[in-house]
Design a protein around this ligand. Structure first.
Ligand code: ACM
Length: 510
């Protein structure tokens, strides 16, 4: 497995990355040529350059220290120069200044002058502006001279959708805290703002619930293939929530129910209708398990789980799963979903569920996550739900790229890099339009994905494309242009030690 250290060393020795070959060994004086992903709303070039040197200081207004520290350490990863960080209520004459505007929203303005770079916005906007600035640093090493220029200009930017997420299935295979942090770093690079963690399934329960301890000590002990599983203690989960929040990412926990529950059913006999615990399961079938929907203890269990997890998360959403409950009769499924929505609401959270939940009454604020069934999703919209777009045929990161891809599945089709990028959530279905859509989420299920190297291979280079669908307006997105920007990132991925799929559709720069 790769270590973070490797990526730091890789980046420090990285030469030549983000600029078109015509610019080789020349200062990057035209900001509009920088291949940003996601593409910003507007870029105006002013023809000069700002240089990062050993004297560069990162200043920030109060409250933005963490963002400033992250910028400083990312600059160090890219250049080997670690800027100092200082708090300043007023703009300095030179350096980099992260200036909280006191506004809400996720937009920002990035002004790159010859002496002073200023990023202005809300805390979220400033963090996203930092990501844009990082992509603008030319790490070209001219004959051993370590000078790191940024073309001057002004970028004004804001996201198209408010919800820009990715899901990681930590239930089929377990990913430890460091691996999840690495995944969070990938999302942060592209201004994504949601990490949906699929925390329970037939093969494993991955978060400590103090009132039901067997869930993790027994139900979390294995994973697909029979290897040792694992789980997050509540302290570790809080650490992940904070790590994500520092990067403007909200963690949405998913406890999948009433199906996909074998790990719980194996841990507690009373959750089964026949009162007998099931065996632990390490295969990859779906649809065979169900909580007993007419027992009171089931709802006590759900209430305890939702209560214990809800206090760990500042975010407003709790995901109740609800997919592929093939062993739950519809007449039991419908009232179950209604009851669970009320339980989640009673703990101060809004509900997200996979599109099947639209078969039930929809409580105000509930969001339907479209993955497979347009009719379900349309029904959810008619009942007042907003939609997260995760169409499996386009946005499932566990689908193979092509017929030869070793990892992954293909039940929803092959998803080459162009297929993953070249679609529009607003026009995919006649019955789902802009006003219904909260945003987009790409999902990485882990039946075949066992470690972070394999995660990297399935995620890169598709993830930046999903981030751009979430951030950049559809009329500014175009595969033929996008692929030339993406092509410049192969060297970035290599320098970071990221295993990626070198798609033949992308003209990778050598
Ligand atoms: C799903 O892919 N079962 C939501």
């Amino acid at each position: 497995m790769k270590t973070r250290k490797k990526s730091i060393i890789g980046l420090v020795i990285l030469t030549a990355v983000l600029f078109f070959s015509s610019c080789e060994n020349e200062p990057p004086t035209d900001l509009t040529l920088t291949p940003f992903i996601p593409l910003p709303v507007s870029i105006e070039a002013t023809g000069g350059e700002f240089e990062i040197t050993v004297k560069t200081v990162v200043y920030a207004t109060e409250g933005l220290e963490v963002t400033a520290q992250i910028l400083a350490s990312q600059i160090a990863e890219k250049t080997g120069i670690m800027p100092e960080v200082e708090i300043s209520a007023t703009a300095p004459r030179k350096g980099i200044y992260i200036s909280g505007s006191g506004e809400n929203g996720e937009g920002y303005e990035l002004k790159i002058g010859k002496k002073l770079v200023t990023i202005t916005g809300s805390p979220a906007g400033c963090f996203f502006g930092v990501q844009t600035l990082l992509q603008a640093i030319n790490t070209e090493d001219e004959e051993g001279e370590k000078d790191f220029e940024i073309a001057t200009g002004i970028i004004k930017d804001k996201p198209y959708y408010e919800y820009r997420g990715a899901m990681l299935d930590v239930a089929r295979h377990f990913f430890n805290v460091e691996e999840v942090k690495q995944f969070i770093d990938f999302l942060a690079m592209y201004k994504m703002n949601v990490l949906h963690l699929h925390l329970s399934d037939d093969q494993g329960w991955r978060i400590e619930i103090k009132s039901w301890p067997n869930l993790t000590t027994y139900g979390g002990s294995l994973e697909v293939g029979g290897g040792p599983g694992g789980f997050y203690t509540q302290e570790q989960f809080k650490e992940l929530v904070q790590y994500a929040a520092d990067r403007q990412i909200t963690i949405i926990p998913e406890i999948d129910m009433p199906g996909h529950t074998n790990a719980a059913l194996a841990s507690y006999a009373e959750l089964n209708c026949n009162g007998k615990a099931t065996e632990l399961y390490t295969g990859t079938r779906v649809g065979f398990s169900t909580l007993c929907t007419d027992k009171d203890v089931t709802y006590q269990f759900i209430d305890d789980v939702v209560r214990e997890i809800s206090v760990l998360i500042p975010g407003k959403y709790f995901h109740m799963g609800g997919d592929e409950s093939h062993s739950t009769p519809l007449e039991d499924y419908i009232p179950f979903v209604e009851k669970v929505q009320k339980i989640i609401k009673s703990h101060g959270k809004e509900v997200i569920g996979w599109d099947e939940i639209a078969n039930s009454a929809i409580v105000e604020g509930t969001v339907v996550q479209f993955w497979a069934d347009e009719a379900n999703t349309t029904m959810g919209i008619a009942k007042g739900a907003k939609v997260i777009m995760s169409p499996a045929k386009k946005a499932y990161l566990d689908m193979k790229y092509n017929a030869d891809t070793e990892l992954g599945l293909r039940w929803a089709g092959l998803i080459e890099v162009d297929t993953g990028y070249d679609w529009d959530p607003e026009t995919l279905s006649d019955s789902i339009s802009r006003e219904n859509i909260l945003g987009i989420e790409a999902a990485l299920w882990s039946e075949t994905v066992t470690n972070i190297d394999e995660v990297e291979y399935m995620v890169f280079p598709r993830l930046p494309g999903y981030a751009e669908i979430g951030w950049t307006a559809p009329d500014k997105r175009n595969w033929d242009e996008y692929k030339t920007r993406l092509a410049t990132y192969g060297k970035v991925f290599e320098a970071m030690g990221i295993d990626y799929y070198k798609s033949p559709l992308v003209p990778w720069e050598e």
